[in-house]
Design a binder for this molecule. Sequence first.
Ligand SMILES: [Zn+2]
Length: 254
Amino acid sequence: MAFTCATGKHRRPSRMQRTTARAAGVAALTTTGVIGTLAAPALAAEPSAEQTGLTPVITIGDTVAAQIDAQAAAQKQAAEEAAARKQAEQAARERAAEAAKEAREAKERAAREAERKRLNTYVLPVTGSYVSTAYRAGSGLWSSGSHTGVDFHAASGTTVHAVGTGTVVETGWGGAYGNQIVIKMADGTYTQYGHLSSIGVSVGQKVTPGQRIGLSGATGNVTGPHLHFEARTTPEYGSDIDPVAYLRSHGVRL
Ligand SMILES: [Zn+2]
């Protein structure tokens, strides 16, 4: 018996020390309310130790230690699970933020593309009109002997539009052209609008496709109201190119 006890005592203190230390740790933790339920299982183990009448401390110690080990393992697992959950949530948030950013960027790209398309769009200078006098038509009316632009049918006071994006480089009296506007287009070409009854833009002003720049009229050398329209490679008279081909090359149907 003494031998057994001695053996037990050799073994027990280390277990007890560990157990006590853990129990103290548990007690300390209990005050925080984190693992308050630990106290109950520890006490519940006592009756079985009394029943055996043998090495009760070992029984209690082992039971408590096992429970604490299990509890510690459960806590560790719970902590790991919580950490993993937190990490997964963080990753999900980052993915969502990234997706939102990409969606935002795609939207901005689409808006830029739409704006670029809009600015590259060309329209007729007079909505729904038609060419009443062709390019290079011969007539005594033109000092050069040849028509340097096209005439669009338009009653006096009809809205005249910039055919595309550009900057106004000239406005005012243009002799035979009457009141005129010259616009430098975004692609470096020029468009000219003549015989206007009213000029609605000034030099340096930016214009966009379809913007109202003035009203048609019968100023200058004309036999009746219409819009004289030219496409040019420079702002100057004499650098004219076929305005119908020019507009068509920019997607205008006429
Ligand atoms: Zn003309």
